[in-house]
Design a protein around this ligand. Structure first.
Ligand SMILES: Nc1ncnc2c1ncn2[C@@H]1O[C@H](COP(=O)(O)OP(=O)(O)OP(=O)(O)O)[C@@H](O)[C@H]1O
Ligand SMILES: [Mg+2]
Length: 402
């Protein structure tokens, strides 16, 4: 239809989308060969030619102009690439304008899911976290053959935990970006419903969306609220149903679908239902601690981007912001910017943000992870069952808290 409407490049994009999923699709292959000869300028069926020429669209003109330019280049021999007499740049513009992303993504792509453009390279510092993600999650996910070779079944979900604002959600999105997968974050509010049975159905629907959009990272945020210790839920049968439904779905992800990757995040891993932590479920815990120096450097740079600055000593900011979370660092930058702004208003002369604004901001903004670390310390010291929180223990030791 696109070809008939005089959009061969768009038709080609659709064609490659189909072939990317099903390389042997006969219809797509047939269309591809029609398109290639069409784009080469070979004679095509009269009906098509007529329609294409009848359309005096801007794209049409541009494509024609492109053809001429390309031919000129061919004459001078300047163009090395095989010349099909087709202006790919014009075609790209055309495609960008008219093709529905949902079509390119495949028929099942839902609007609830996104395709993150961040990867682990965008996550500053946190080298340990990245290394463990690579070994425990990404490597086996990328290599089904390798998984088979080592007789390892599809890993269950990975549970990211740590104080608020330290990058759990950010890392989860980066994992999806890394896998070239879509990302579907599930908020508790999307799932829980006052009506009996509705919550379970909602949860099932979340997994269905992920299966339809595979490869897809299904991200459960604040999993502690969803799977609170069943003991705490004895009075709440509805909640218990949700926990059981989640367990069932996670078990079936393993058998039914290779393209659904489950990640969870929580600030309170010690409150997560132990049933959820069994092998094949959220069976590995990964601490996302407050950002180290390298991470703070990149977070600060991110938040200072595009702001007027003068004489900012990054190394000093990084050093002074030890123990700050990502969110604290954002707050710090905002506060410094505010200082500079008010000063400009007061004096009537606009000036950039300087170190002295940060000095004042440091007096106002303090690391927010303190209370979390105290809780964590109590759990680790008195209830580190089966060494589940060894990583956390090591972190607390390193900070002299345990
Ligand atoms: N290592 C990092 N590199 C770059 N930016 C980071 C990093 N860690 C955190 N950030 C920034 O801090 C912001 C807050 O992080 P995020 O929302 O992922 O925290 P969280 O752990 O999910 O917090 P919460 O527990 O409140 O959900 C991110 O949007 C990101 O901009
Ligand atoms: Mg989060």
């Amino acid at each position: 239809m696109l070809l008939d409407e005089g959009h061969p490049a768009a038709a080609l994009a659709q064609c490659s989308a189909v072939l990317a999923q099903d390389g042997a699709n006969a219809e797509a292959l047939a269309l591809l060969s029609t398109l290639t000869s069409h784009l080469r300028g070979d004679p095509v069926s009269p009906g098509r030619e007529e329609t294409a020429q009848g359309k005096e669209t801007a794209e049409g003109k541009e494509a024609t102009r492109g053809r001429e330019t390309a031919r000129d280049k061919e004459a001078t021999g300047a163009e090395k690439t095989p010349n099909t007499g087709f202006d790919w740049r014009a075609a790209e513009k055309e495609v960008a304008g008219i093709v529905e992303p949902a079509l390119i993504e495949g028929p099942g792509a839902d609007h609830e899911t996104e395709r993150p453009d961040v990867t682990l390279a965008d996550v500053g510092g946190l080298e340990d976290v990245k290394r463990r993600l690579e070994m425990a999650f990404l490597l086996p996910m990328r290599n089904p053959e390798m998984r088979r070779l080592y007789g390892r079944s599809l890993p269950g979900g990975l549970l990211l935990y740590g104080p608020p604002g330290c990058g759990k959600t950010f890392v989860a999105r980066a994992v999806a970006g890394e896998l070239g997968a879509r990302f579907h974050a599930v908020a508790l509010d999307d799932v829980l419903d006052v009506w009996t049975g509705a919550s379970e159905r909602n949860l099932h629907e979340m997994f269905e969306i992920a299966r339809r959009n595979a490869p897809c990272v299904l991200f459960f945020d604040e999993i502690d609220a969803l799977g609170q210790k069943r003991a705490q839920l004895r009075s709440n049968a509805a909640m218990r149903g949700v926990v059981n439904q989640l367990l069932t779905e996670m078990d079936s992800v393993k058998s039914e679908n290779d393209g659904v990757f489950v990640l969870g995040a929580t600030n309170h891993p010690w409150d997560v239902d132990t049933g959820l932590l069994r092998p094949g479920r959220f069976d590995r815990l990964l601490l996302v601690a407050p950002p180290d120096a390298a991470a703070r450097d990149s977070i600060l740079r991110y938040h200072l981007r595009g702001r007027p600055l003068e004489g900012i000593e990054m190394a000093r900011l990084v050093e002074r912001s030890e123990h700050f979370s990502g969110a604290d660092l954002a707050h710090l930058c905002d506060t410094a910017a505010e200082q500079a702004m008010w000063d400009s208003v007061r004096t009537g002369r606009a000036r950039p943000i300087r170190m002295m604004d940060f000095e004042r901001a440091f007096e106002e903004v303090k690391p927010s992870s303190g209370p979390w670390l105290q809780d964590a310390r109590n759990v680790v010291m008195f209830a580190n069952s089966a060494g589940k929180f060894d990583e956390l223990l090591a972190y607390l030791r390193q900070r002299g808290m345990a």
